[in-house]
Write a protein that binds this ligand. Sequence first.
Ligand SMILES: CC(C)(COP(=O)(O)OP(=O)(O)OC[C@H]1O[C@@H](n2cnc3c(N)ncnc32)[C@H](O)[C@@H]1OP(=O)(O)O)[C@@H](O)C(=O)NCCC(=O)NCCS
Length: 169
Amino acid sequence: MNPIPIDIRWLVRADYPKVIAIEEECFGVHALTNKELTDGLHGLRNVGVSAWLDDDIAGFMLYELFKEIIHLTDLAVTDRCRHLGVGTVLMKTLIDKLGKHDRSKIILEVRETNLAGQLFFRQMGFIATEVLRNHFSDIGEDAYRMSYVMKGHSPVNRLFQIRKSSGSL
Ligand SMILES: CC(C)(COP(=O)(O)OP(=O)(O)OC[C@H]1O[C@@H](n2cnc3c(N)ncnc32)[C@H](O)[C@@H]1OP(=O)(O)O)[C@@H](O)C(=O)NCCC(=O)NCCS
């Protein structure tokens, strides 16, 4: 079976209304506003990418480029396009950026209650490395920091850190 054709493009201003609509559908009261999106993409290190399916935006991601890491700050796929591989194509696009300019790791923070998101990232090869207490200040929700480390670099997961701090390693 042929994979569904998903087109990856840079996010441009004309896409913002659609991005905000997907944000609101996915995150409700926690959605980014148009101002937050515009301000967030203003910085030189901030990047937005859209995924197109059938001439429409099916999903997008926002990330920040640092010297050694990529910080994924947002990823969302519209409800009607879920489970078609859109999220996977977006994440593979990001993973493909590793290895260039000394970048070997992607990090993100996912809400403790967002089990679907955690499972998605886990099957993409991410591992939970840290609990960030009250990370989402809107409702004081904890976050899991999850990391993807490029092959050839050693991942350090939460269990490793707990064992190390308890002296059992
Ligand atoms: C998480 C999200 C981006 C996944 O996008 P998607 O395009 O549906 O993902 P894919 O089709 O590439 O899924 C690949 C695999 O990930 C896993 N996965 C995806 N969604 C899942 C869910 N809701 N529950 C459990 N596993 C899931 C499955 O293994 C899936 O394979 P399958 O469809 O054969 O079962 C999408 O559900 C979404 O936008 N959620 C709301 C926003 C969000 O939580 N973003 C992440 C935190 S910022």
